[in-house]
Design a protein around this ligand. Structure first.
Ligand code: N7H
Length: 461
């Protein structure tokens, strides 16, 4: 049976295939009342109608990416010199409180309805003090991505002028690809955004035997085949996707110092220890395919599945990429997310190197899209990364102890030992105590409406 494909002109381009981005601004806004009219937002709706044709759809993003590819010979999310293609692209997303103002009710996704702050401070391990911006009063966000700071800033100005007094700026977050040889790498120095779920009807099927299979479109888009959460109360939302935004600070010097400090005890180089924690070497090469050295010829490889699955000699059970996408450890790709993040903050500075201490805020503006936050992001963060017992059934290979937490994004909790099981350089299964190198700075859940959903939202009563 063939799956009905999601129309590329009905989805926003950052969801799929991803907007080309060297620089990106997230402009968080509040929707204002019509003048003198409480709880009426018709002016905003009118402006939104004018904005819809300016949104970069998936179809247009594909064209833009291909143009860059032709220009450079290659392009990944963050790679490639786009210096000669001065373009900026915009998308828009709404938090639940924005949709309520606009009269668009019926979304049943519980996490989205209550928002990230409530969801993750009440029922998971975020602390209220993590939230450094007023995320709990944000109605929506414009996402503008492009080839340079100037071009993105000009586009933001254009959008702000279009919406005029129908919105108030709350705050902005800016990300940029790292410079020179570090382009495409995040601040710990690892290449990011190599592996993404491939979607039936949009992507070509994987070619490698061990690569994860295509996922049904309903895993990423609302009300499509394979849907993880029915949205029958909101038929207008078809083809939309839920966006998770999370600002994650990275303490790079502390991470490096830890690996250097532990290398002798674990009988491997600092780079090898770090690679074990991620599941890939800095180049991107999977440790499951090359456990002892970084083989750059495998930097793009996605052809691995951790089999035999009750063995962690090559890749620890709790390595970041194994926790977040267990491949052979699970029957199917149960919680797929399309990751579209970008680094923020400046490169590590001399004063920090001198003190061996992080003094400036830098990290990742983490963004991911999915058909259900509960079944994807939340499941990954809360039930997999934060749980010592995941993946299950590994006791015989971990000296009858629990596998441990995700060393990169696992969050400490009361009475929880923060460590992981690992096979050291002498082939001994031992515990590695962990420190916190990634610190949450807050975020929010959004709906990235399809173009048809945006038209429906913009209908003036
Ligand atoms: Fe992770 N990093 O940039 O160093 N991540 N991530 N992530 N992550 C991955 O395989 C990183 C975070 C996933 O398909 C790689 O494409 C950092 C959150 C998933 O095999 C690297 C942070 C969540 C995958 C990083 C961070 C995820 C993945 C290897 C925080 C979800 C794909 C590149 C600051 C809750 C797994 C690659 C697969 C890969 C990094 C956060 C999920 C290098 C630094 C919050 C699903």
């Amino acid at each position: 049976m063939t799956v009905e494909p999601v129309p590329k002109d009905n989805i926003q381009g950052d969801v799929w295939p991803g907007l080309p981005k060297k620089y990106e601004t997230f402009y968080f806004f509040d929707i204002r009342n019509d003048k003198g009219q409480e709880k009426k937002y018709e002016v905003f709706k009118g402006r939104l109608k004018d904005f819809i044709p300016k949104i970069t759809t998936a179809q247009q993003a594909l064209v833009a990416r291909n143009k860059i590819k032709d220009h450079n010979g290659k392009v990944t999310e963050l790679e490639g010199d786009q210096g000669h293609l001065p373009e900026a692209h915009s998308n828009i997303s709404f938090a639940q409180r924005g949709l309520i103002k606009l009269g668009k009710l019926g979304i049943k996704e519980i996490s989205f309805v209550q928002g990230m702050y409530t969801d993750l401070t009440a029922e998971s391990r975020d602390e209220p003090s993590d939230y450094k911006q007023p995320y709990t009063s944000t109605d929506g966000v414009f996402l503008v991505a492009g080839s340079s700071k100037e071009i993105v800033e000009a586009k933001v100005k254009e959008i702000v002028a279009l919406f005029g007094d129908s919105i108030t700026k709350q705050f902005i977050e800016c990300g940029q690809a790292r410079p020179g040889e570090y382009e495409g790498k995040e601040h710990f120095g690892f290449r990011d955004l190599i592996s993404q779920p491939l979607i039936e009807g949009l992507d070509n099927p994987p070619t490698g035997e061990k690569e994860p299979k295509l996922v049904l479109p309903g895993k990423i888009f609302v009300d499509r085949e394979g849907r993880s959460a029915p949205q029958d109360g909101a038929p207008w939302a078809k083809d939309s996707s839920f966006m998770v935004f999370r600002k994650l600070r990275q303490n790079v010097l502390e991470f490096d110092k830890f690996c250097e400090g532990k290398k002798d005890e674990y009988h491997m180089s600092a780079d090898a220890l770090a690679a074990r924690m991620f599941g890939r070497w800095k180049s991107g090469c999977p440790v499951d395919l090359s456990p002892d050295k970084d083989d750059k010829s495998l930097a793009d490889s996605n052809n691995f599945d951790y089999r035999p699955i009750n063995n962690q000699e090559k890749c620890p059970f709790t390595a970041h990429i194994r926790k977040t996408r267990p491949r052979g450890d699970k029957k199917d790709d149960g919680s797929p997310i399309l990751r579209r993040g970008i680094p923020y903050g400046e490169e590590v500075k001399d004063d920090e190197r001198l003190k061996q201490e992080t003094l400036h805020n830098r990290g990742l503006l983490f963004v991911c899209y999915q058909g259900s936050i509960v079944n994807s992001f939340l499941n990954i963060q809360k039930r997999w990364c934060n749980m010592r017992t995941f993946p299950p059934g590994k006791y015989s290979a971990t000296n009858n102890e629990e596998p441990g937490l995700d060393p990169i994004i696992g969050q400490r909790g009361p009475n929880i030992v923060f460590d992981m099981s690992i096979v050291d350089g002498n082939k001994q299964t031992v515990r590695l105590p962990l420190e916190t190198w990634v610190l949450n700075q807050g975020g929010e859940y959004f709906l990235t409406p399809s173009i048809s959903a945006l038209r429906s939202i913009s209908e003036v009563a």
